[in-house]
Design a protein around this ligand. Structure first.
Ligand code: PLP
Length: 388
């Protein structure tokens, strides 16, 4: 059970806004804010490099916290600027070996920043991108995926929870297929991290990317990549610097054996510390408890919007998360603006972010209202009243 009073007392933003844009960026909790501003203050007082040296334990903790979140080893974690950088490192790393006719299997719900690189690599190499069709629930059809596997499939890369709705793709079932055939499996868990439990062994993924600012409630400009130990040392990063590798002789460098190979030297140390504090904060609440509450609030919001005249809830999938999407009697941008006038934050999700899915459903844009555990039933009432 979530202690809602404590959750809200530790979230300064709830005194200013009714925040249903957690899939965009959630409200930062006080301990994260304190950690980030504390480190910035230290940088201002004693110097950036000196502050980092003094905060070495806190920076190191971020790796342990992410490892605990994912059930992996700290060496398998890279801390990067955002989910996209992490995902790119894995994908473009693997793509260095792709050749004409190799197949990349993905999901209908794939995010634009993943699909665009697929297309770029396909254009360069002659590899082909194929989206696994959805089943009757609107989620990735696991049987269809099993039927698509052959010796040319070089990668399965899917999105667990898409940017544009409540869908939770059957990522663990996909993992079992990937393992059975020894195919590398890259999972976009950007909207998953902090919203529901993640266990890379249960999911069976070899690589997983996520961001800090969404359901993990970390500062913007933070993210991470997990790469399974068995793949890590074989996966050459597409770009290198003097942090990812060491220049050991005039004509030679050595790439680090651990997740650092996917990082670069300069980083926002305060934000990196903040990410670790945010992950620990989420672990403190318990991901099972968070997931229970987020799912219940999401279902409640859907059940309240569905009967409103002129509104249609658009979420797909057998299991639905805290991301609620709908269309209404006015264009999504207008609904967003009208809600903003009442201090209610939602966002608009557009076709170009998830083009395969939106085209298949004949949608151009939707309102996205995403709940987190600190939202209240009263806030849902306010939102529904405003929509009405
Ligand atoms: C499903 C999904 N994947 C990836 C991303 C990219 O995350 P980031 O902006 O942290 O790179 C997003 C961002 O909205 C997302 O929703």
């Amino acid at each position: 059970m979530i202690d809602l009073n404590r959750a809200r007392a530790e979230t300064p933003g709830v005194n200013h806004v009714t925040h249903f844009n957690n899939a965009g960026a959630a409200l930062i909790p006080q301990p994260v804010l304190d950690a980030v501003t504390g480190h910035l203050n230290l940088e201002a007082r004693i110097g950036g490099y000196e502050a980092e040296a003094r905060a070495a334990d806190a920076v190191g903790r971020t790796y342990d916290a992410v490892a605990a979140l994912l059930n992996c080893r700290r060496e398998e974690v890279a801390i990067v600027e955002n989910a996209t950088v992490g995902w790119d490192m894995a994908f473009y790393g693997l793509a260095q070996t792709f050749a004409a006719g190799d197949r990349i299997l993905t999901s209908m719900a794939e995010y634009s920043s993943n699909y665009i690189p697929f297309l770029q690599v396909a254009g360069r190499t002659g590899a082909v991108v194929e989206a696994v069709p959805n089943d009757g629930h609107g989620q990735l059809d696991v049987d269809a995926l099993a039927g698509m596997i052959d010796g040319r499939v070089k990668l399965i890369a899917i999105t667990h929870i898409p940017t544009n709705g409540g869908l939770v793709n059957p990522a663990a079932a996909v993992g079992r297929i990937a393992r059975r055939h020894g195919i590398p499996y890259l999972l976009d868990a950007c909207q998953t991290a902090g919203q529901m439990p993640i266990d890379v062994d249960e999911l069976g993924c070899d690589m997983l990317s996520a961001t800090g600012r969404k359901f993990l409630r970390a500062p913007r400009g933070t993210g991470f990549l997990y790469v399974r130990k068995t793949l890590l040392e074989r996966l050459e990063p597409p770009v290198l610097d003097n942090h990812a590798a060491t220049w050991v002789a005039p004509g030679r460098y050595e790439i680090h054996a651990d997740g650092r190979r996917f990082e670069n030297w300069e980083s926002n140390v305060a934000a990196k510390i903040g990410l670790g504090v945010a992950v620990d904060y989420a672990l403190g609440w318990g991901l099972d408890a968070i997931w229970d509450r987020v799912r219940n609030l999401g279902d409640l919001l859907r059940s309240r919007i569905a009967p409103l005249p002129g509104y249609t809830v658009r979420d797909l999938g057998e299991v639905r998360c805290g991301i609620v999407t709908f269309t209404g009697p006015r264009p999504p941008a207008e609904i967003k603006a009208l809600l903003a006038e009442q201090g209610i934050n939602v966002s608009v999700t557009k076709a170009a972010s998830t083009l395969l899915d939106m085209n298949a459903r004949g949608l151009t844009e939707m309102v996205r209202a995403s709940v987190h555990y600190y939202n209240t039933e009263d806030e849902i009432d306010r939102l529904v009243e405003a929509l009405t």
